[in-house]
Design a protein around this ligand. Structure first.
Ligand SMILES: [Zn+2]
Length: 299
């Protein structure tokens, strides 16, 4: 959970994760997303823990959660199992860092923007480049990304600087059979479902792969990047999903849509005090208090 090339705001470091779980144990009821009760259990609000993408560095934490008797749900990208740097954001972060350090790489990278709407300066940093790419059409983005993979990508050097950027294998997933850890779908190739023409195939293909590989039902989904539209939601329902998660940072209400379950994206920045230690007050402010205020503003 300390991947060097993952975009900012995606990772929780190991000591902070353990402190967070310890805090949740005392104040919340950690429950399966699939069996979440609409009302607080025993006076404690319910909370479910999910992991997106199936990163290999999640494994120790999944085992620790299971040993402690806590359920968790991992959303797998079924076409990108057991791969190094499987997703383009990590490859782009690596490339942006190369461009920050090497003027020639920066010049060649910027030359590749010609004919596109993309604008980026190395001083802007990787996050700005990622956001600019997400605003391009899927077609324009795919063309640029495959060109960059051809011209710049150097897997050994990237893996040397970030050896944790790989996904788990089906065998590693199967090792959790019969435990508190379960697996759901995060599509076949992690496209932005509101932009792709293949949403139906991505949704059904991934569900079928999880069921075939793990020999258990797969009725849970996380929309990649949280992107959804009413048409995407309908496609998820048609593909057989019963529960689907967004990345909208709210609490699920008792009568909330089970195919649009909001979630809080946890990262160290939302959990630690200025000295880098887990802080219950920071957690409560960045999640619970903000969610409560958002609910009140819609009443
Ligand atoms: Zn994802």
């Amino acid at each position: 959970m300390t991947r060097a090339c993952s975009p900012v705001g995606m990772c929780v470091s190991e000591p902070v994760f353990h402190k967070l779980i310890g805090y949740l144990e005392t104040r919340y009821h950690i429950q399966r997303l699939e069996e979440a009760a609409p009302e607080p259990a025993g006076g404690r609000p319910g909370v479910s823990i999910t992991f997106d993408d199936g990163w290999r560095d999640n494994l120790p934490h999944l085992r620790a959660l299971d040993r402690a008797g806590h359920p968790a749900l991992v959303f797998l990208v079924t076409g990108k199992m057991d791969q190094r740097f499987p997703f383009w954001p990590e490859r782009v972060v690596w490339l942006a860092r190369q461009a920050e350090q090497e003027a020639e790489t920066a010049r060649r990278l910027q030359a590749s923007f010609a004919g596109t709407a993309l604008r980026w300066e190395p001083a802007g940093g990787p996050a700005v480049l990622l956001e600019a790419l997400k605003r391009l059409s899927e077609d324009a983005r795919e063309k640029l990304l495959s060109r960059w993979d051809r011209e710049f990508w150097d897997e050994p050097s990237a893996f040397t600087c970030d050896s944790l950027a790989s996904t788990i294998s089906w065998d590693e997933a199967r090792a959790f059979r019969g435990t508190n850890i379960r697996f759901g779908s995060h599509t076949v190739s992690h496209p932005l479902l509101d932009q792709t023409t293949d949403a139906a195939a991505e949704l059904s293909g991934s569900r079928e792969a999880v069921e075939a590989q793990l020999r258990e039902g797969c009725e849970t989904l996380a929309y990649p990047n949280g992107n959804w539209t009413p048409a995407v939601r309908a496609a998820a329902e048609t593909a057989g999903y019963r529960l689907a998660c967004t990345t909208e940072e709210r609490c699920q209400e008792p009568d909330g849509d089970s195919l649009l379950i909001p979630r809080f994206n946890m990262s160290d920045g939302k959990l630690v005090n200025p000295w880098g230690r887990f802080s219950p007050a920071v957690f409560e402010f960045t999640t619970v208090w903000k969610a409560w205020r958002a609910m009140r503003s819609t009443c």
